[in-house]
Design a protein around this ligand. Structure first.
Ligand code: HEM
Length: 482
């Protein structure tokens, strides 16, 4: 079997039920790859370089071609991100290689005190109660996508791209509101260039090759980054001249450090607008994309979801009160993020000599947290590759070990937008499911998961959408009795 065919294996058997569905997956190399093979795999797809042992062991360590450890089990991950975090309290330069010019010193890349105050300043913007104010924006973005699908003559849609556009509309209308079309276009145009440049940036970062050394894709990326920053700087100027609205940009501008009263500089504002814009849409888009793949494969589950949405929401718009009333939707989204974590891996740097679950980690080691394999770790998950949303029944989820399920990371740098993302994915999925049924465009199609900063289906996700008679978007004006 070729590498690609092997990792895209999909063991759907007969009529699809959630209990016997083993969706497509990455087949890891059976033994730790040698240095050259390791680099080849990183450039092909970083996920392929994580060896099979990572799905079973606590910690792996390799010295060559880079000092690299994998924290594989929940215990090891907890050590890095929570218990011994002072020893691993820095991100290695890998992300900077890829995103440094674009995101500068925004919250994702900043370190130490500089990170801390930005985090404190922006945290209040993402409280669940505030995020719920955006439910109508989220529903409307999904409705726009439905309207576009309605006009599609053959009913087959590029679901991955359409989810990116839908979540982009949400983040653009909440973070930016005023005139984001240029950013939309430039981000969309940049996407293939980033995908090409990402594995090279990763390989150079791991090998600690200085940033000034030319690498494939860097020049194009730099040009796009400069363009995006210039566009956002202009938007900032425009928004300063206009009346304050309730978008995140305005709130970022008004935010003050709780102790010093200091606001953000212009550069910090640009860094953070771009950070929220980028961190806040591709990730959620991929959570939705993989969920649609699962649902298209499991028609019965899809009907159960439809029934739940009909019962909770009724014919009118989705309201903020509905969000907590869904039970199956969050289980399906979480189980999908377990098998297809939108962020498939994190990394940290060992600042001093440390020990992780009995393994010595010398200072200077890059520590990778392979979320993808953690979520399929055989010591943690029963029948790990099987799709089963009931794993996330609240009473079972309460029994999880800490750091067993980490789509949003853990510790002080846990995703700022976690509540935003869960509400957004719920609202968009519920809105789509009310109106359409999803089918795989071809029964033989199996999406190949590949890491391109986020976990994407390599070939995209062509889906047939079949509109339900009398779907909710036709009954837009109606409101349910509360
Ligand atoms: C399903 C969707 C999402 C996933 C899976 C996700 C995942 C993650 C992960 C794993 C991290 C931790 C990175 C690390 O520790 O190195 C992170 C950080 C971050 N995320 Fe998300 N994210 C999602 C959606 C969002 C959204 C919607 C926003 C904003 C609106 C957002 C903003 C951020 C920011 C600002 C950080 C940096 C936090 C810090 O370093 O203090 N994310 N995200």
């Amino acid at each position: 079997m070729t590498e690609l065919a092997a990792r895209a294996r999909d063991t759907r058997k007969g009529p699809a039920r959630s209990t016997d569905f083993y969706p497509s997956r990455v087949l890891p190399p059976s033994r730790t790859p040698g240095a050259l093979e390791f680099l080849r795999l990183i450039i092909k797809d970083p996920l392929l370089s994580v060896p099979a042992e990572a799905y079973e062991k606590d910690v792996l360590y390799r010295r060559w071609p880079a000092r690299l450890a994998y924290a594989c089990s929940p215990e090891a991950v907890r050590g890095v991100l929570v218990e011994q975090r002072k020893q691993f309290d820095r991100k290695p330069d890998i992300q900077r290689y890829l995103l440094g010019r674009l995101l500068g010193n925004g919250i994702l890349l900043a370190e130490g005190a500089d990170w801390k105050w930005q985090r404190q300043t922006t945290n209040p913007l993402f409280r669940q109660a505030d995020v719920l104010n955006y439910v109508p924006v989220m529903e409307q973005a999904a409705r726009h996508t439905l309207a576009q699908w309605r006009n599609d003559p053959d009913g087959v849609v590029p679901a991955a791209g359409d989810m990116v556009r839908t979540t982009y509309e949400v983040i653009a209308r909440t973070v930016l509101i005023s005139g984001s079309e240029d950013v939309t276009r430039t981000t969309e145009e940049s996407s293939p260039a980033y995908s090409r440049a990402f594995p090279w940036a990763l390989a150079y970062g791991l090998l600690r090759i200085p940033q000034y050394v030319p690498r494939p894709g860097r020049k194009t990326m730099n040009q796009r980054d400069a363009r995006l920053r210039a566009i956002v700087a202009k938007m900032l100027e425009r928004s300063e001249a206009s009346d304050p609205t309730d978008d995140l940009l305005t709130r970022l501008r008004q935010a003050r450090h709780p102790e010093t009263g200091r606001g953000m500089s212009r550069d910090q504002l640009i860094d953070n607008i771009l950070t929220f814009l980028l961190a806040g849409h591709h990730t959620t888009a991929m959570a939705l994309t993989w969920t649609l793949y699962v649902l298209a494969s499991l028609p019965e589950l899809q009907e159960e979801l439809y029934a739940e949405v009909a019962a909770v929401v009724g014919p009118g718009p989705i309201t903020r009160q509905d969000i907590d009333r869904f039970s199956l939707i969050p289980k399906v989204i979480k189980e999908t993020m377990r098998l297809f974590p939108p962020v498939p891996g994190l990394s940290r740097l060992a600042l001093e000599d440390a020990e992780l679950v009995g393994q010595r980690i010398p200072a200077g080691t890059i520590v990778n947290i392979p979320i993808y394999s953690l979520h399929r770790h055989h010591g943690v998950w029963d029948d790990a590759h099987r799709f089963d949303p009931e794993r996330f029944a609240p009473e079972r989820e309460r029994g999880f070990k800490s750091c067993q399920f980490l789509p949003f990371g853990a510790g002080p740098r846990i995703c700022s937008g976690m509540a935003f993302a869960m509400v957004e994915a719920t609202v968009i999925l519920a809105t789509l499911i009310r109106d359409v049924r999803f089918e795989l465009a071809s029964r033989d199609f199996v999406p190949t998961p590949i890491s391109r900063v986020v976990l994407v289906p390599k070939e995209g996700l062509p889906l047939r959408v079949v509109f339900r008679p009398g779907g909710a978007s036709r009954a837009k004006g109606q409101h349910k009795a509360s």
